[in-house]
Design a protein around this ligand. Sequence first.
Ligand code: NCD
Ligand code: ZN
Length: 333
Amino acid sequence: MEITLFSPLDMHLHLREGDMLKAITLPSINDFASAVVMPNLRDPVDTLEKVQTYRKQIESLVSEHAFEPLMTVFFRSFSRQELIALKSHIFAVKLYPAGVTTQSEKGISDFSAIEPTLEILQELKIPLLVHGETNGFVLDREKEFLPMVERMAQNFKDLRIVMEHISTRDSLRVLERYENIFATVTVQHLLFTLDDLAGGLLQPHLFCKPIVKRPADRQALLDAVLAGHPKIMFGSDSAPHPLDKKEAPGCAAGCFTAPIALPVLAELFERHEAMSRLQDFISGHAQTIHGLEPLPKPVRLKKEPYKVPQTFGSVVPLLAGHTLSWRVSSRGD
Ligand code: NCD
Ligand code: ZN
């Protein structure tokens, strides 16, 4: 059996910097026509100059491949002039609460000060991507942040807000309530629960923020995605860290998933008899929501065993060593 996915889009991808950028860019972007590139570098990407520099570094690595990076900037208080200048160079602005995830120390701690910037984003029609977690108890962080998302959605009705990597039923309820709220979902939150991460031997390569949650949360996400919820897009949140930062005391948060995402999703959608919905989850919904016109890139998958490599460079992917039932057989670029 074979399927072809047209112009797969990854709406949330970490490509990192330096040697890591060089090592993981091609495996991360190979199966995608485009991806939304996160700005949480050690020195956050928060100016036009930094966006341009980062884009050039990425483009030089993908040169002969059909792939377009959609750049983001790290949220701070921006002036109107700054955002006008940035608008044609970025896809969105990414907001991180301070300290909730990898390299988010320069994120927001005073939410009362963000409104003037949100006002300008709304006016200029620049989407806002939100990492929605508080610093509270780890299982409740996403839920605790929801009132903040709701406040933004109410106060800025024309601002397109994307709740990134949602992991709870509670987020799905908020998604239903506001026309201007959308969401991305990862593979790990569709496949796993906290039991898989910490119920037996600890699985560092499944540790990410937000943490994988309860069975009922995973089931609710799966139901919504497999039913073809039009406000939910695929965003891998593929977040590589070197082996010695994952298999270590003080394990870094982030699952490396981009190179295996399409086979994993094909297997999942086939198992649930929802293969006809995969194209929209992987591309169609994002095109409609954001008005994207991605590069034409057919990616063909075959139903054949695929053993996930133990490493890509120095990075261990999610499901390393597992055999999946689908593999990517050709890419049209
Ligand atoms: C991401 C990273 O490593 O940059 N980590 C993660 O656990 N998801 C940051 C993020 O998106 O939260
Ligand atoms: Zn992320």
